[in-house]
Design a protein around this ligand. Structure first.
Ligand SMILES: [Fe+2]
Ligand SMILES: [Fe+2]
Length: 326
């Protein structure tokens, strides 16, 4: 992720006041959150934790995601509590588990292990992946081949996200990556690795392989991540597939949410039309995702520098990639 910038505590306090104000709209809160995510220090961290009190599950899941992307071990206790809370929305618990995997310190292991068989499959699979991610990097580091692999992964990826698994090696041919991704018998960790390798590869054939998973995969978790990476790729070839996902009321809201955000990232005229239409979806997670995606688009079209609330100060660092959560 992009480096954190220093800001006066007064700026952070101003953002926090806006966040707490019940009159602040959801898109405005997203901008505040994306600002806080990029600010170093405990004040910004504490302000982000306030966001977890928000009534919107969509917003709370985004806060959990941002805590993971910051990779600040100070968030571990809070993330553990969210993961354990079975009254919390599964999408928020999923992000908490994934964030623990991204932070990856020793203290993240026990809570992840406790939820390997969670009754909610999205949470259980997230914890399995997160644990394997931590183990993968630990084993690789121990074997010293780590640095090379991490370097190779980093250099072949144009994306700034901290991904829930490493990508499969770039040397694997595309048809083999496609076969792993679509193989329902394959371990989800390997399928994720194939997915990120396809994203890094890019191009029409990779987009097609990723899109094929929506009709064949039974895991909502896998499909939501595929929708997310299609948004990262910003490839217009994915629009027809993402449209079908958003339009399917039987699809898991977590998957439809990522499809909406991906369409916002691709920003073709038909994406915008569809997003407008689905701001009225009966599922609040989907409707709110469309509202936020449209706000991000409007911001970009207005020549905005970085999708964030600058707290009244110009950004001091290059813009972070504008991506919402996976
Ligand atoms: Fe998300
Ligand atoms: Fe996710």
């Amino acid at each position: 992720m992009a480096a954190l910038v220093e800001r006066d505590d007064a700026v952070v306090q101003g953002l926090l006041d806006k966040l707490r104000n019940p009159a602040t709209s959801l898109p405005a809160k997203y901008r505040i959150l994306f600002s806080l995510r990029g600010i170093a220090g405990p004040a910004a961290h504490a302000a982000m934790l306030e966001g977890l009190k928000d009534p919107s599950a969509l917003f709370r899941h985004e806060v959990a995601y941002c805590l993971g992307q910051r990779q600040d071990p100070a968030a571990v206790a809070t993330l553990k509590r969210i993961l354990k809370d079975d009254c919390e929305h599964p999408m928020v618990r999923h992000e908490a588990g994934e964030a623990l995997g991204a932070i990856g310190t020793e203290e993240c292991l026990a809570p992840l292990r406790e939820h390997l068989q969670d009754p909610c499959p999205e949470v259980a699979h997230t914890c399995q992946l997160a644990l394997q991610r931590i183990e993968h990097f630990a084993a690789a580091a121990a074997a010293q081949q780590a640095a090379e692999e991490a370097d190779a992964n980093a250099s072949e990826s144009r994306y700034y996200s901290v991904d829930p698994t490493p990508a499969a090696p770039a040397s694997i041919p595309l048809p083999q990556l496609r076969a792993s991704l679509l193989d329902e018998q394959e371990a989800i960790f390997q399928r994720y690795r194939a997915m990120f390798a396809l994203r890094n590869r890019g191009g029409d054939e990779a987009v097609q392989a990723l899109g094929a998973s929506f009709s064949s995969a039974s895991s909502a978790l896998l499909k939501h991540e595929v929708a997310y990476v299609l948004g990262q790729m910003q490839d217009a070839h994915a629009v027809a597939t993402l449209k079908r996902v958003l339009e399917d009321p039987a699809e898991n809201p977590m998957v439809r949410h990522e499809a909406a955000e991906a369409m916002g990232a691709i920003a073709e005229p038909e994406c915008i039309e569809l997003l407008k239409q689905y701001t009225k979806d009966p599922e609040p997670i989907v409707a709110d995702s469309c509202i936020v995606a449209l706000d991000m688009l409007e911001f970009e079209h207005s020549g905005g520098f970085q999708y964030a609330d600058d707290g009244g100060q110009p950004a001091a660092a290059p813009p972070a990639e504008v991506t919402a959560s996976a």
